[in-house]
Design a protein. Sequence first.
Length: 296
Amino acid sequence: MPTLKKTLLLFTLLSTLTFAKFNVVASYPYLGKIVQAIGGDNVHVKVLASPKRDPHFVIPKPSLIPAIARANLLVANGAGLEIGWLPPLLKSANNPKVRIGSQGFVDVSRAIHLIDVPKSVSRAMGDIHPEGNPHFDTDPHNVLPIAKLITKKLSAIDAAHKNLYAKNLQTFTQTWKHFLHTFDTGMKQCKGKKVIQYHELYNYLLRRYGIKSEANIEPLPGIAPSSKHTLELIQQMKKEHITTILQDRYHEKKTAKFIAEKTGAKVIILPHDVGSVSGTESLQSFYTTIEERLCH
Ligand SMILES: [Zn+2]
């Protein structure tokens, strides 16, 4: 049975290739892209969350467990974003190498100065992020500190390839600095713009470029819109001449549409991660899409 033999041989070869590589699991797509840029051909990256779904509520599907079970490194966003779904997966995968707090677990929020840290936390404030705003991925200036931390971790665990990782970081840094220069120029055009958001996904970006986030469609973080809040929002937008609504891919879009009809504002769908909307499959196109939709 030559065909079966060939298939088996191919399968063995593919398995060897996969297992010969350094296995990294990344919680979100943007992290997968950074890991791939630093690890190059030496790493095999598996991303857990879909960019088209709510990043707070990823379904911990059993099919995600094998990749975690054989991972050498797990890269997480941190700042509480995975709190509802990653711990059960880690428990089922039972891989001591990537357990929270172990050498093979990296929380990239450690490289970021978190904003919106609440002074006190209570349930009355909604399903708040108690450690601060975890949505720092929407600001491209946060990419390099994250890439450096990932390089440090990869080099510590896989010391045999640390020169390769250092070289890749150097190349990536050069490219990214060049990209940031272009990005900054584009973003400057919308300084002073006033917007409302559904959830505070873009605060890092908006603050950096002097765009004012005046209110949110959700009355409190994680709480669905109420008609009272929506009507107040319409009044506020009319009074303050706010004409832009930032809508993400995964929340309901009816409320934004209703507000737009009442105020004449424009609804802009922004990606919240690499691959959230079509044409954002790379890190650069993810950020360029945000800039183009927000500022042009
Ligand atoms: Zn959030």
